[in-house]
Write a protein that binds this ligand. Structure first.
Ligand code: 4AD
Length: 456
């Protein structure tokens, strides 16, 4: 169906004046005057609609909100230098009718209501903008890594090992357990893979395998978490960007994370000015300044031990008490980022007991070379570390956690054959989108959110 994207016309209206065009889209609003009707048409290529001015001659039928139309006509100058299309009923084809029970009949629906119509919410301004921002950010992330010599790798989604060792995997099975199986071993050996398998919580372990050959790699794909966290920032299926870099220590990992976030947000500000204005007006006052400040200032840096002191001396009444050794909760993370640093901040060197087995053990014997990036409003958006590159130390950390070393033989081999200092991090794509748009619920930045007790 030959037609022009509305984005092409609205971005440089003057160039189109006097031209005959055909556009397609969905009717956002429709109103009448005596001799003409005004229809706002949107095709999803940009936030802006194009106004269609229809001469109400013979054959005119009022287009209803939600209808899909193909419209041909001449571009003329509208109000404030915009482009509009002048046409008559003969040049309008109704591609799809839309009855009056269309749920997005009126503007101003709540986000909760829009969540109940995930298949239609992309036609609201808010979700139209969010989906476009997702696409721009994904492209910016790929471009950043490609430009800096990283190789894009696709790690498996079905795995036989649990990367974080935290037992929060969704199981993948074709055989339901039943009492006929005498033991777990018997059950799993009858299953599809002949052993227990699950959906990967992270591509990191295979990312390390790739980095040990290709030097610098990144993954960009879904990760799955079966944790029972019904919060505004947890999904059971989220998109995960995981760079892994050979010949790198913790400071290098931190430098890469800061550079990547700044580069991606700079691209977002350049490519999505209308969306930034939109989110600023409707969701987060001061959004543009927040993002501009982020790219023009150094991120903060604090050790976990210092962070605990700051929290203990804060005089705040936290729901979760603070003691050295505790995991930082969102309320703690937000206090550090919003009240203490008032900007993005890296927290490093966490107690080894609350972090994963693969993190490099620090000489103090108590902490590991871990890093989380905390940002105001959202909390943690990045988690990473330098990895333990020493075979013996890695094995002892795994034994302390009663892990089955046989399941990790590939991973351990990397420490036998040409081991190098290396590290990386994971960025939660949806959390980045929350931060850049000001959307406060993670369910509103992914097409079909999967959360505890909810799938559609
Ligand atoms: O801190 P996490 O668990 O780290 C890892 O998975 C490491 N293997 C990463 C690495 O070093 N390669 O997760 C990394 C990030 C978090 O900071 C968060 O942004 C996001 O992934 N994330 C989630 N996002 C949405 N819903 C969830 N349930 C998430 N769990 C983690």
């Amino acid at each position: 169906m030959k037609h022009t994207d509305i984005k092409e016309i609205v971005k440089s209206p003057q160039e189109w004046l006097g031209k005959e065009v055909t556009v397609c889209g969905w009717v956002r609003t429709s109103r009448n005057s005596k001799s003409v009707a005004f229809v706002e048409l949107n095709d999803g290529t940009c936030l802006k609609n194009i106004q269609i001015v229809i001469d109400k001659t013979e054959g005119y039928k009022e287009p209803r909100v939600g209808m899909s139309l193909k419209v041909s006509g001449k571009i003329v100058e509208g109000r404030n230098g915009t482009a509009e299309i002048n046409t008559n009923p003969d040049s309008i084809t109704v591609l799809g009718d839309c009855p009056t029970d269309y749920p997005l009949q009126k503007k101003g629906h709540t986000l909760e209501f829009l969540r109940s119509v995930p298949h239609l919410r992309g036609r609201s301004n808010t979700f139209n903008a969010v989906w476009r921002v997702r696409s721009v950010l994904a492209d910016a992330i790929h471009s950043y890594f490609q430009k800096n010599n990283y190789i894009y790798v696709n790690t498996p989604l079905i795995t036989g090992s649990d990367c974080e060792g935290a037992g929060e995997m969704f199981q993948v099975t074709t055989v339901g357990f039943n009492p006929d199986f005498k033991t777990e071993e018997e059950y799993y050996s009858n299953d599809f893979f002949g052993r227990k398998a699950g959906l990967s919580v992270s591509g990191q372990l295979e990312g390390e395998v790739s980095a040990m050959a290709m030097g610098k790699i990144y993954t960009f794909g879904p990760s799955f978490r079966a944790e029972n966290s019904n919060t505004q920032k947890h999904l059971a299926e989220f998109w995960h960007i995981e760079p892994e870099v050979a010949f790198a220590e913790l400071d290098d990992v931190i430098e890469i994370a800061e550079d990547m976030i700044k580069s991606v947000i700079k691209t977002f500000l350049e490519k999505c000015p209308d969306e930034v204005d939109f989110f600023e007006a409707h969701f987060e006052k001061g959004l543009r300044k927040k993002l501009e400040d982020l790219i023009s200032h150094d991120f903060g840096r604090v050790t976990y031990t210092e962070a605990i002191e700051l929290l203990k001396n804060s005089g705040e009444n936290f729901v979760y008490p603070v003691e050295w050794g505790c995991d930082l909760q969102t309320e703690h993370e937000r206090y550090i980022a919003e009240k203490v640093f008032k900007k993005a901040v890296f927290v490093t060197d966490y107690p080894k007991e609350i972090k994963s087995f693969y993190m490099k053990q620090n000489p103090d014997g108590k902490t590991v070379a871990a890093v989380d990036l905390l940002v105001p409003e959202v909390g943690e958006i990045i988690g990473g570390s330098e990895r333990e590159a020493d075979y013996e130390k890695l094995v002892s950390a795994m034994k302390e956690r009663n892990m089955n070393l046989d399941l990790y033989s590939d991973y351990l081999d990397l420490r036998k054959y040409g081991s190098v200092p290396h590290g990386g991090f994971g960025l939660g794509f949806e959390r980045l989108i929350m931060y850049t748009t000001g959307m406060s619920n993670i369910r509103d930045v992914i097409l079909y959110p999967r959360t505890v007790g909810s799938i559609r």
